[in-house]
Design a protein around this ligand. Structure first.
Ligand code: IPE
Ligand code: IPE
Ligand code: MG
Length: 260
């Protein structure tokens, strides 16, 4: 149920009541944003952190359950060492500075991806921030860090194969649910809406299994320019879609029980 504050916010932004339960964002275009301004790429990443702050706060206020942000892919390790180092520094700063803001907004921080690949000091900041926000009951903010959709599937398949080998699972008993529950996103609702900024029409190894029935909103807006009006536009776009899940009738809002 919406709180009166959420209802007022929906009205102010001319949104209908049914919002996506889980929004995922490929935050792209930081480099191009910086290039346009003749600035180093890291300036784009820094500006992008302001967009993160605004979208996280708004998602929480609107009552969205989960927001998954693609912050760093396994492929991003291929970038120049200097850029990777600066990105890691920025992530450390974000984690240190944002805990207060997350707590204030009742946001619980989580991660998906191979966080063991990250520098130890970042792993320790992540543990601290996740520990500090573990009791929060509002938005689940999921940072995809050193994330690869294929790697997550491989990990899930290995877990399932081990169970089968040990005799705890019959191969014929493997269902969508078995796989969904073995992925790092097991505790999250289905992804209803995927947003990609900067106009690229590709998934770049993001939530491969989870995007099966997501609605896609692709905008040319570069991530550092993506703020409240752009997010609202994406939500309105979602609310205008007919979701059919392979059937013939349109289903309103999010249907999250079909797979799990
Ligand atoms: C997205 O912006 C941020 C990360 C991948 C970390 P990019 O750095 O990919 O920006 P463009 O695509 O070069 O503009
Ligand atoms: C996807 O953006 C990864 C993140 C936003 C973290 P990229 O800029 O790395 O993806 P490609 O290279 O355009 O596919
Ligand atoms: Mg990019």
């Amino acid at each position: 149920m919406d709180t009166p504050k959420q209802a007022a916010l929906l009205k102010r932004h001319r949104l209908k009541p049914h919002l996506p339960r889980h929004v995922a964002i490929i935050m792209d275009g930081n480099g191009r944003w910086a290039k346009k301004r003749h600035l180093p790429r890291i300036a784009g990443h820094r500006a992008g952190a302001h967009s993160i702050r605004e979208i996280v706060r708004l998602s929480g206020e609107l009552g969205i359950e989960a927001l998954t942000l693609y912050a760093f892919s396994t492929e991003n390790w291929r970038r120049p060492k200097k850029e990777v180092g600066l990105l890691m520094q920025l992530l450390k700063q974000y984690l240190r500075n944002e805990v207060g803001e997350l707590l204030e907004n009742n946001v619980q921080l989580k991660t998906i991806g191979n966080t063991g690949d990250l520098p130890l000091e970042i792993q320790s900041e992540l543990r601290k921030a996740m520990g500090a926000t573990a009791h929060c009951t509002g938005l689940k903010l999921v940072l995809a860090l050193s994330y690869s959709g294929r790697a997550d599937l491989i990990h899930a398949i290995k877990r399932i194969a081990k169970k089968a080998k040990a005799g705890h699972l019959h191969p014929e008993a493997i269902t969508e649910k078995t796989i969904g529950q073995s992925l790092s996103t097991a505790d999250l609702p289905e992804v209803d809406l995927l947003i990609r900024t900067s106009g690229e029409f590709r998934v770049s190894n993001f939530l491969l299994w989870e995007l099966a029935y997501s609605e896609f909103h692709i905008t040319k807006t570069l991530w550092p320019d993506f703020r409240t009006p752009h997010f609202i536009a994406a939500l309105r776009d979602f609310q205008g879609r007919q979701r059919r899940f392979g059937g013939v009738e349109s289903i309103v809002g999010s249907v999250t029980s079909w797979a799990r």
